[in-house]
Design a protein around this ligand. Structure first.
Ligand SMILES: Cc1ncc(COP(=O)(O)O)c(C=O)c1O
Length: 436
């Protein structure tokens, strides 16, 4: 016989309420996941809609590489299911060094790599290792989730607004006012949510400013300015664009750069939970016990399978080339439809996607009147309008830390069926055409 415990949880009195500390109380859940969860619940209730919200891959649309799946099964069959080492298995750490040397031209020494369960623990570990309470952490907006990591580590978060003409990525001039006071710059390219990549001059200028600033700090005995460089989408950079890294452009940046990476996006393998940080070795020494105490290891079989894949250039080519082409083609098709709408005089704008699974679109309808007389005043109004009247779900940039409403939004193509796309675009066209 078991004891029914539900009466214990029927109400949370003052005493129990205070079990939760202020930090946990103040931590907000991800706005991205909140909206995506709401849309998923609608779909489960049978509401038919085109879901452009998820920054994930529906396995029915994009599955993991066959080589990865086969190796994973084989390692499981071999029974290799015990704890991996806290920094990750040596085969995977070495494969990552080989891959960075071969594909990114970066020769990192042994002792630079830390494996974890996806990119997130690396981001958390980087913040927790570099940032002291009250330190200033600077990130561009829109951005992916740095505000939450800053909050968790009691940093002073400074969000730097960016401009569409720069692909919503920051410039050295925009970061300059924070150069002397910041402890950490958080950069991401290819960027979530914008689907854009840093240009060579843009990133070089930032790196040179960081190196100069650190020369100044060394002279006055200050702590350095570090750069978190999130490149989880680098396998998904499209033809005509290039993936650049701070260290590739300015080698001295190796001392100040913390790379965050994973198989999650580039290999459509978000659920396998393999990610890594490539850090200066003296920083990796400090993140190692942190990841160890969190137990945020990647499962051993997934680590072995990833190691094999990263060394198998034929398997990589067989997977990545068609995968990237399909994603790029979907994004191009959607952008062309928005360009046509714009040419017809409809109030939309968009940026060319250079990588990732995202397209940046502006529904330029703030202040416009709906057929029922209401006025569109917020990004949330726009989101609701297109959800309810066009059965199309997406994420406004306000979910990515933008503090005011602009109409800019992210459309993701990772979890939508190909034949849904054109119908969804047609419905958007109809709704926009009805506005005053
Ligand atoms: C830019 C960026 N970094 C990191 C992550 C997290 O990756 P993972 O699922 O490997 O933890 C995401 C997930 O959406 C992302 O978009």
């Amino acid at each position: 016989m078991s004891t029914d415990l539900s009466p214990q949880f029927q109400h949370c009195d003052d005493l129990i309420e205070r079990a939760v500390n202020d930090r946990a109380r103040g931590l907000e859940g991800s706005e991205i996941l909140r909206i995506a969860g709401e849309v998923a619940a609608m779909r489960r209730r049978g509401v038919a809609l085109a879901d452009f919200t998820f920054g994930d891959f529906a396995p029915r649309c994009f599955s993991i590489p066959t080589a990865l799946r086969d190796r994973l099964k084989a390692v499981l069959d071999e029974g290799r299911t015990n704890y991996p080492p806290a920094v990750g298995i040596s085969e995977l750490r070495e494969a990552i060094l080989t891959c960075y040397s071969r594909d990114l031209g970066l020769d990192y020494p042994e002792g630079s790599v830390q494996i974890g369960s996806g990119a997130r623990p690396q981001i958390f570990a980087a913040f927790a290792t570099i940032v002291a309470p009250g330190d200033i952490v600077v990130y561009p907006v829109p951005n992916w989730n740095n505000q939450y990591y800053a909050y968790l580590n009691r940093a002073r978060a400074v969000a730097v607004p960016t401009r569409p003409e720069n692909g919503f990525l920051p410039t050295a001039e925009e970061l300059a006012p924070h150069l002397k006071v910041a402890r950490l710059f958080c950069l991401c390219s290819p960027s979530n949510p914008t689907g854009t990549v840093f240009g060579r001059e843009q990133l070089t200028a930032i790196c040179e400013a960081v190196v100069d600033e650190n020369r100044r700090r060394r002279a006055v005995g200050d702590r350095p300015l570090m750069v978190l460089y999130d490149q989880v989408y680098w396998q998904l950079v499209f033809a005509g664009s290039e993936h650049l890294t701070p260290v590739g452009l300015v080698p001295e940046m190796a001392r100040y750069t913390l790379f965050v990476d994973a198989i999650s996006k580039g290999w459509a393998a978000t659920g396998l939970r393999v990610g890594w940080g490539v850090f200066p070795p003296w920083i990796r020494e400090r993140t190692k016990p942190l990841i160890g105490h969190m137990g945020a290891w990647a499962p051993r079989p997934a680590q072995h399978a990833t190691a094999s894949l990263l060394l198998d250039q034929d398997a990589i080519r067989d997977f990545v080339v068609p995968f990237r082409t399909t994603v790029a083609e979907r994004l191009r098709r959607i952008r062309n439809a928005f360009l046509d709408m714009k040419a017809e005089g409809l109030p939309v704008d968009s940026l060319k996607s250079q990588g990732t699974i995202y397209l940046t679109v502006r529904f330029d309808i703030l202040g416009r009147k709906l057929p029922d007389g209401r006025t569109v005043t917020t990004d949330e109004d726009i989101r609701r309008l297109l959800l309810e009247d066009a059965a199309v779900a997406f994420l406004p940039f306000t979910a990515f830390g933008l503090p005011h409403d602009t109409g800019w939004a992210r459309l993701s193509v990772g979890a939508i069926d190909d034949d849904e796309i054109d119908r969804a675009l047609e419905r958007i066209r109809t709704v926009l055409g009805r506005l005053d």
